[in-house]
Design a protein around this ligand. Sequence first.
Ligand code: TXA
Ligand code: MG
Length: 304
Amino acid sequence: MADAHGILQPTDENLRLAAEALKRGELVVIPTETVYGLACDVFDEAAVRQTFFAKGRPADNPLIAHAASAAEAFALATQAPDYARRLASQYWPGPLTLVLPKVARVPAIATGGLDTVAVRVPAHPVTLELLRLVETPLAAPSANLFMGLSPTRAEHVDRAIAEAAFCVIDGGPCRIGIESTVIDATGVVPKVLRPGVLLSDLVGSVDSAVRRSPGAYPRHYAPRSKVTLVHRLSDGATGLTFGERLEPTAVTMPSDPALYAALLYASIHDLDLLHPELIQIELPPETEVWRAVNDRLRKMAQPK
Ligand code: TXA
Ligand code: MG
């Protein structure tokens, strides 16, 4: 059983302890540039099983393997098309996940029974250092309970998740703030399975109609409070606005999509702590640059 150490600063000593815990088969909450992840050794079936259990995640929802380098990531795949290698060299380390045919050594439990594996090299210096120390790729779903909001601050990791882990490594606020773009790279052309911040860059080089992936549910990324999308916050409302409002419960969000994404989950997390009956969110424009944010907002607002 894990002995929860709470939030630890990323000192050399703490990273060494975390690497040892991972090698023993324990879970560690890691910072990435997108969101925090609940990590374990991807080859350790018992640890992977514990990860699913800690999140309450259905067994058919596959995990992403995080690697220290593109070479380590591609070593988990039997083959990769040229376009996948090009995307990797352009965007790794970074918020891009590639789905590839898996090698036999990656346990089926980590891939939800699929014969493909999702891989990425995260762009966070602390986690890259941890990956080098532990010398194995780490399976890491977002460090939230199933269907919940992904944490973008160490202190936003749900207590039950933190307690299931050896520790939470504090890497500061996540720079990007929403999950990586997931690309199916098993076919002749790349296909988007989950939109992310890279999407607007990638359009043109990928088939950008979003395909269904086993982890794509209509409702997701949701706080405890009910969420509704509006054109303008009502008076006295709790929620996210683009305007200047007097209500202390109205959070003014940036009109730049990247800055908005970086603040989205943390802002909703904070409003959720007030236990409002309803969180209203003003709709951003329906344009390509807002696509990943709009995808998360629509999923948050799906009724339970
Ligand atoms: O930014 C991120 O990707 C974060 C950080 C921690 O890296 N991770 C993350 O993991 O969001 P998770 O488990 O919450 O979401 C993984 C997504 C799911 O939608 C899942 O269905 C998809 O990736 N996925 C994973 N493996 C797949 C596979 N073999 N085929 C299709 N989709 C896959
Ligand atoms: Mg998730």
